[in-house]
Design a protein around this ligand. Structure first.
Ligand code: ADP
Ligand code: MG
Length: 722
């Protein structure tokens, strides 16, 4: 009956849409069972505009309707179950919004309560005492009794449970508005059935035959049909694999193609020499570079000599020695007659860079200056002049470097520290400070390790260098997690460490929305510390964002120079601050920080030769997830491992370091968290194809070129904005 209807409709419809390219492009309202009202909802809630869009809305999970569980066998309260039960009682309690319907069902093993808060009248009428239905939902135990809230209700299978032959049913993303508008899960399945009936033969294969063959992928129309209505688990697996692989493959193909085109077109300044400033600095180093530092400098050298513009991301854990690499890179640029700049996200960090780097520069005779928001007009003038006439070779600064009146004579290299703190616009401004249309080489440094799969996607067209080796002599930081009850233990431990001559960081969270409260916490914490560590036996410094720059520097310097034993602060110290004598990091309300932030903070200690400690203090009410994070911190010290775990826990979209730039593309079915293996395979296959046909002009790759022209793969060019 249903099918005949579609058949007829299809005929009329085909005539109607003849002017369209295909049925897939037709407005969703023309799908049987949709109509203008529901179409509006589908458009606003799910961005489904056409029948093709609907077919590309994939289920996010499947209900296994092939098994019916005995009520007596249900033990867990996590998974979904399907039971066949007879109604033995039904009662409505409460009034108004507190009203609820309680229905007790039974099978031959046990009983279960079903609870409804909505649609009470309708449901009560349907679930008459004595009648039998299939119920599907998430069971839970309440007061030791099994219950299910708002289960889905189905008529029992005809012929009794023995003959039941259900399948995997797709569950689609839904919203309250969709449900209220009548687009329930079941309606969605019906619409999808209609869409498949009408549209499946119009689905065009997107991947060339040779790829399907070489990669053993199923055809697209098989995949689309089975992702919605799997014949069985094996077909679903095949469909899923094909769709994920295709999605990641096309994404990588577009990123790599851009990279290829850019490296061919973008002229870069050729810096052929190492130069004497580099050698002077290198030879005077008090230590030898780590293997990883040497490797990265080689990679950078190759870029600078290539004649193409360098666009390199340098990832390395806190303390891995990125600054040294930055300095040596700047010295190569200077040795080749160009200027270089190093941009840091905060004033404190820029100052610290300036102080450190000036030391490294001493043996080279190169002069550098600092330019920040608080540089006085009188101080700015000579700096501006020096940059403009080329006498000033190296400038270190904050956003102040981006201002219009900062003009370089010949900027050859821009180094950006902690890139994720800079906005996209700011980075492109820097890019434009090169001369005569030749952009400077760009080195972006980040201490927020990004998992490999994410880096491949986020920075798919950037080159990535990784410093995966710490300078020798660093001891692991012992990490502990304490509740409030252990505070006395903490204070005793702190006193002991101070008596040994060590210094201590205490960090409070500062989260934007509750800033006021956070400052109260910080101040209360400070008072508490001063009470337990009184002057003059102890000296406690405090740094936070509401202080004047002067106060901030005064307190920072008191700690950095060793005059203060304890530094109480907000996360201003998160990035970069280097106090080798500080060996204890106490993080208050640690549950409120993300993993990578905790890791950054911990990286502030363990820089000297002493044994170092990190204490994570947490409040009374901590969610399971936060506790998992804290425990992971205690167990793992490797930033990349933590980043992987963080991504698994929170999903890539929420990872710190990616919020600002966001993912270049929204993935429909693949997951960067779970599909790393597919991603690697798809990426190397994309490389293999581009090696033979870099611009995808060969006839066999025509469908690929066509796919990449679609909006979805019009990926932002991240290299341009870094
Ligand atoms: P990052 O910027 O990656 O956090 P830094 O460049 O600040 O790390 O280096 C951390 C510390 O390690 C600094 O005190 C630096 O002098 C020191 N350092 C850097 N490279 C080496 C090395 N190869 N051997 C020994 N110490 C090093
Ligand atoms: Mg650093």
């Amino acid at each position: 009956m249903w099918h005949t209807n579609i058949g007829n409709f299809h005929l009329i419809f085909t005539k109607f849409v003849n002017m369209h390219k295909s049925i897939l492009d037709s407005d969703i309202q023309f799908l049987p069972g949709v109509g203008p009202k529901r179409a509006l909802l589908l458009k606003s809630e799910l961005e489904v505009f056409t029948i093709g869009d609907l077919l590309h809305l994939f289920p996010f999970r499947y209900i296994d309707r092939s098994t019916i569980q005995k009520i007596g066998s249900i033990t867990t309260d996590a998974a979904y179950v399907q039971v066949l039960g007879q109604v033995i009682s039904s009662s409505v309690t409460g009034v108004g919004r507190k009203q609820r319907l309680s229905v007790v069902i039974t099978d031959d093993t046990s009983q279960m309560e079903l609870v409804f808060f909505r649609g009470i009248k309708y449901t009560a009428e349907k679930l008459k005492v004595g009648s039998t239905f299939l119920f599907f939902g998430k069971p839970s135990f309440f007061n030791g009794k099994l219950n299910m809230v708002h289960p889905e209700i189905d008529f029992p299978p005809t012929g009794g449970p023995q003959n039941f032959s259900g399948t995997l049913t797709g569950v689609y993303a839904s919203t309250e508005k969709l449900k209220n508008g009548g687009i329930t899960g079941r309606v969605m399945n019906k619409m999808m059935e209609a869409a498949i009936g009408m549209g499946i033969q119009d689905i065009q294969e997107t991947l060339p035959d040779y790829i399907l063959r070489e990669k053993g992928l199923c055809p697209l129309n098989f995949a689309i049909r089975n992702i919605h209505f799997p014949v069985n688990q094996a077909s679903l697996d095949k469909a899923r694999y094909r769709l994920k692989w295709e999605e990641l493959f096309l994404l990588q193909l577009s990123l790599l193609k851009q990279k290829y085109i850019r490296s061919r077109n973008e002229v870069g300044i050729k810096m052929l020499r190492v130069g004497s400033p580099f050698n002077a600095c290198y030879n005077a180093l008090p230590y030898s570079l780590t293997g990883a530092q040497k490797r990265v400098i080689k990679e950078i050298r190759a870029d600078l000599m290539s004649g193409h513009q360098m666009n390199r991301l340098l990832q390395g854990d806190v303390g891995s020695g990125k600054t040294m690499v930055a300095v040596l890179t700047a010295l190569i640029a200077i040795g080749n007659g160009y200027q270089a700049c190093i941009m840091a996200p905060t004033e404190v960090l820029a100052q610290q860079h300036y102080a450190n780097i000036s030391k490294y520069l001493a043996p080279t005779g190169i002069h550098c200056e600092l330019l920040t928001g608080s540089t006085t007009p009188a101080g700015r003038k000579p700096i501006h002049e020096g940059l403009c006439d080329g006498s000033l070779k190296l400038i270190i600064g904050t956003h102040a470097l981006l201002e219009d009146d900062v003009i370089f004579k010949n900027l050859g290299l821009a180094i950006i520290d902690e890139q994720h703190r800079f906005g996209v616009d700011q980075r492109s401004k820097l890019w434009a400070k090169g001369n005569a249309g030749v952009p400077p080489h760009v080195l972006v440094m980040t201490a927020t390790p990004i998992p490999r799969t994410l880096a491949m996607t986020l920075y798919g067209d950037l080159d990535v260098s990784i410093i995966d080796e710490m300078p020798p002599g660093r001891k692991p930081v012992k990490t502990y997690c304490f509740g409030e009850a252990k505070r006395p233990v903490l204070y005793k431990f702190m006193a002991k460490q101070i008596s040994l001559g060590r210094q201590i960081f205490i960090v409070y969270p500062l989260i934007f929305e509750s800033e006021k409260l956070d400052y109260q916490n910080l101040e209360k914490g400070y008072e508490d510390i001063v009470e337990h560590f009184p002057y003059p036996s102890y000296k406690v410094a405090i740094v936070h964002g509401q202080q004047s720059n002067e106060d901030k520097m005064l307190n920072m310097n008191a700690f950095a120079s060793g005059r203060a034993n304890i530094l109480v602060s907000t996360t201003v110290i998160e990035v970069g601050v280097d106090v080798p004598n500080a060996s204890v990091m106490v993080i208050e309300s640690a549950e409120r920080f993300g993993l990578s932030q905790l890791h950054q903070l911990r990286g502030r200690v363990g820089r000297g030769s002493e044994e170092s400690f990190c204490v994570l203090m947490h409040g009374r009410k901590v969610s399971n997830e936060s506790m998992k994070r804290l425990n992971l911190m205690c167990a793992t010290e490797n930033g990349f491992d933590l980043a992987e775990e963080d991504m698994k826990m929170r999903g890539p979209g929420d990872l710190e370091g990616t919020q600002q730039s966001g993912l270049p593309i929204e993935l429909n079915i693949a997951s960067l968290t779970h599909d790393g293996t597919i991603l690697s395979d798809a990426r190397s296959y994309a490389e293999h194809i581009l090696a033979q046909d870099p611009t995808l002009e060969k006839p066999e790759n025509e469908s690929l070129a066509a796919e990449l022209r679609k909006d979805k793969y019009n990926v932002k060019d991240y290299s341009k904005i870094s």
